[in-house]
Design a protein around this ligand. Structure first.
Ligand SMILES: [Zn+2]
Length: 385
């Protein structure tokens, strides 16, 4: 009996023999523990009933696949009050009851699955002398237990495309811990409400502009403040600007395309390159209307950047006083959702990180080119790798 630094085993397990067959190393392992605890009553037991053999695959070593033949014991439970009379000794941190793989082998398969996808994971595993199949990797991923959702105080909620233009899911983000805490398979108000309702500790819900998530927040967490997500505010403003600039096109004929002009209008002046500043100046000089749009847009963005929601009312007045219908519709939208917009322009935690999480989901989705379903995507997103 010996132990080997090449094949670390938990205390109480020792190697008897090793046998090489091609690329397979068969290792006979014996348990040497004199006692074991009953899995039911936890009383230590010493009276041996019999020997029991298990075949367990372990992580490869130096290019060899490893097959352990585990010789463990059955014990009598001598606790008179216990209904269990005989039990097989357990090796909980090493191999789970009935499992055909060691825990460390399972973890390696899970890591392969989380970092790649089942097809690629299987090919990579073969190179690493880990025998597996796409189905096994998938099964290992699906049984990864999820941590229970901790209490969430500032919730971010947004949608993301499961299949672009077809199905959408919902992502829920803990804005304090900067973590995705759940994915929902659709973006219906009802589904989100049911989730939100289980979290009465929520104090702020940061969401896109009025819509299904607003309904879900209002019904599911009436105790919480609602805040319009600043990312969506700016996105909606940019859309309004683009439309408004189309209406100035006659005057801006020589300038850049509308999309590029919108981009110049939306960005922080300090971030513009010299050439972009010149283009912007030319646009503003060419059209009085464009100049008005620019002033109003930058005033709004200033509020967003510096969280000065107290200027919202006067900004809305200025918009009403100008004759730019596209900005009027943006302002009407703000007006309809004013309390949430004000919170979005005041509360500092609401900082568009939900959008970053949506980007991460997109990346994971793209990598899973094996068209896996929602359940697998959820596992992949919630188990950070
Ligand atoms: Zn017992």
């Amino acid at each position: 009996m010996f132990s080997s630094p090449f094949l670390p085993l938990p205390a109480g397990l020792e190697i008897a023999t090793t046998n090489m067959r091609d690329d397979l190393l068969v290792v006979q392992v014996f348990s040497t523990k004199v006692r074991s605890c009953c899995p039911l009553c936890f009383c230590p037991a010493e009276r041996r009933h019999s020997q029991y053999t298990r075949m367990v695959a372990d992580l490869p070593c130096a290019g060899f696949r490893i097959q352990l033949i585990l010789h463990v014991r059955r014990f009598f439970c001598d606790n008179a009050n216990c209904i269990r009379k005989i039990f097989t000794e357990r090796l909980p941190a090493f191999v789970l009851p009935w499992a055909g793989l060691t825990v460390r082998f399972c973890e390696a398969l899970q890591s392969l699955g989380l970092a790649t996808c089942r097809e690629l994971g299987t090919r990579l595993a073969a190179r690493l002398a880990i025998p597996t199949s796409p189905t096994t990797i998938l099964r290992r991923l699906m049984i990864l237990p999820l941590d229970p959702v901790k209490s969430v105080i500032h919730l971010g909620i947004d949608d993301f495309a499961l299949r672009r233009g077809k199905n959408y899911g919902t992502v829920l983000v803990d804005l304090q811990r900067h973590q995705v805490i759940d994915l929902l398979p659709d973006r219906k108000a009802e589904t989100a409400r049911v989730w939100i309702q289980k979290h009465q500790e929520i104090k702020v819900v940061s969401r896109d502009r009025a819509g299904d998530y607003a309904t879900a927040a209002r019904q599911g967490a009436p105790q919480a403040l609602e805040a319009a997500d600043r990312f969506h505010l700016v996105k909606n403003l940019a859309e309004a600007v683009e439309k408004a600039l189309v209406s100035c096109r006659a005057e801006l004929r020589k300038g850049p395309k509308t999309k590029e002009a919108t981009w110049l209008f939306i960005r922080h002046f300090a971030d513009l390159k010299e050439k972009e500043r010149e283009e912007l100046a030319a646009l503003r000089q060419a059209s009085a209307r464009a100049e008005t749009i620019y002033q109003l847009v930058q005033a709004f963005l200033q509020m967003v950047r510096t969280l000065q929601g107290e200027h919202l009312e006067s900004w809305l007045r200025s918009v009403r006083a100008c004759h730019i219908p596209e900005l009027h519709s943006f302002a009407n939208g703000v007006e309809r959702d004013k309390a949430a917009v004000l919170n979005g322009l005041t509360l500092s935690h609401n900082n568009g990180q939900t959008e970053g999480q949506v980007t991460r989901i997109k990346l994971i989705k793209r990598m899973m080119y094996d068209r896996a379903g929602f359940a697998l995507l959820r596992q992949r997103v919630l188990h950070r790798f």
